[in-house]
Design a protein around this ligand. Structure first.
Ligand SMILES: *[C@@H]1O[C@H](CO)[C@@H](O)[C@H](O)[C@H]1NC(C)=O
Length: 184
């Protein structure tokens, strides 16, 4: 009897998993964790080809009322800004000496710098966004008083910035994502 109940509970579990297929990758927003700092709990936003924390507004063109922050998904190790129409906006990293870990996004088939990489994005076991296992730093005094986001590839002060802080990029599943086209 016990065995039968276990089996039927198991098959119920399996059939519900089959009944709700995931045909699209999960969408998520990203929150910075860096305790006792101005970026603790700040949400990632996207504007002017870059990613930012504490950006007052992105001025993105959205398909409805969005969270006001950037929403992403990962597909084939590529980080894509969530939208259901228009050209895809994909995020790249440039870990070369020139790029210093710069993070930017392109729209459609716009070119990327010679050493830029689109593939390598993942969510780790702690639900944190990483690029090839590396985390991020944010640097103050960027556009509209926001903090610009860079890859933390060993340089703590990339791009000639000062006051940069490393942070953990915690992903937060967004169950009702709204598509947006972010500014170029
Ligand atoms: C958004 O628009 C406002 C008003 O035009 C402007 O002041 C601000 O700099 C813009 N922000 C971005 C990130 O483009």
């Amino acid at each position: 009897m016990m065995l039968f109940q276990t089996i039927s509970a198991l098959s119920l579990l399996l059939s519900s998993a089959v009944a709700a297929p995931r045909n699209a990758p999960a969408a998520f927003d990203v929150m910075a964790l860096r305790s006792a700092s101005p970026i603790h709990f700040a949400q990632v936003n996207a504007a002017s080809r870059g990613l930012f924390l504490n950006l007052p507004q992105s001025n993105a063109t959205c398909e409805g009322k969005s969270s006001g922050y950037a929403t992403f998904y990962i597909e084939n190790e590529e980080l894509v800004l969530y939208s259901t129409e228009g050209e895809k906006q994909k995020v790249f990293v440039d870990r070369s000496g020139m790029g210093q870990g710069v993070i930017q996004y392109i729209t459609g088939d716009q070119g990327i710098p010679r050493y830029a990489e689109l593939k390598g994005w993942a969510i780790d076991a702690n639900q944190n966004l990483v690029f090839k296992g590396e985390g991020f730093v944010a640097c103050p005094d960027s556009i509209d008083g926001a903090w610009s986001i860079w890859l933390g590839e060993g340089l703590d002060q990339p791009g000639g910035n000062t006051g940069c802080l490393g942070f953990t990029a915690r992903t937060l599943e967004n169950k009702k994502p709204v598509g947006c086209e972010y500014t170029q």
